[in-house]
Design a protein around this ligand. Sequence first.
Ligand SMILES: NC(=O)c1ccc[n+]([C@@H]2O[C@H](COP(=O)([O-])OP(=O)(O)OC[C@H]3O[C@@H](n4cnc5c(N)ncnc54)[C@H](O)[C@@H]3O)[C@@H](O)[C@H]2O)c1
Length: 281
Amino acid sequence: MEDGLNAYVGTIFDLHNRTAIVSGGAGLLGREFCKALASAGANIVLADNDEISMDSAEKEIRGMYKNSPITKHIIDVTNEKSISECVMFTEREFGNIDILVNSAAIDPKFDEDSDTSSYSSFAEFPIDLWNKSTEVNLTGTFLLTQAVCRNMERRGKGSVINLGSNYGLVGPDQGIYKRKDEKPQSYKPVVYSVCKAGIIGFTKYLAAYYAGTEIRVNVLTPSGVYNKQDDFFVKNYASRTILRRMSNKNEFWGGVIFLASDASSYMTGGNLIIDGGWTAW
Ligand SMILES: NC(=O)c1ccc[n+]([C@@H]2O[C@H](COP(=O)([O-])OP(=O)(O)OC[C@H]3O[C@@H](n4cnc5c(N)ncnc54)[C@H](O)[C@@H]3O)[C@@H](O)[C@H]2O)c1
């Protein structure tokens, strides 16, 4: 089995001859989505606005799947011209676009080296961060999906996967984000919850809009991924989950392959929640 790329051949999870654009494909989860789709044989366009991270992501994925038909293209999801160039590039390289993973986001992280200084209290929350986040997380998702759907409409078929969060479903427990002796305190930003809740509305709208076609639109909802956060944070976060731990970054592979492939052929307008049970109690 060359590179393990044939593992799903002959199954409903097989993605050979299917093409995926993964926006934010250089991110922490974005590159895992690329690896997962590559493992099922998909053609992949890794699209991101961070060229350096994109290079390292491509290298990482090629290290695992030497013969994967993966390529990369710079994109700014807030810019229609840039989106159009990326979509045209994908069409030139591979023809049809079968899968879109909308993973590009401003995702306020609390990792060891994150700068949390702009994650202020609700009363002080900066309008700049509100605007920047809604522009990428909501407008960017809308613009890229619109451009890709023009391609999917030609065949009346495709799978759009939008990224949610447990915080699109329930409010953050700010106690988790309180760091010892930190002044002023950092908070998980209000705009993140607003965007992730908006993603669910966008998904349901679009799924319903494409009624009677095979264009399916779903949300994949992760919760916090372990990425070298400090012990205090990890312990607090883990205690809020039923599984009593944060997720590992590779624990969404099955979810993305499922939503991208024929395995989820009867699922649209849905939300695949992979959150260790966070929202179940
Ligand atoms: N990591 C988590 O703990 C977690 C938990 C729940 C949900 N999510 C969601 O999953 C998705 C992926 O998360 P991640 O951990 O990979 O995030 P990340 O911050 O590591 O990656 C986001 C990527 O988007 C790119 N990006 C930002 N602005 C862009 C733009 N204008 N155009 C193109 N690319 C742009 C960044 O360069 C980055 O590579 C996000 O929607 C996030 O909100 C993540």
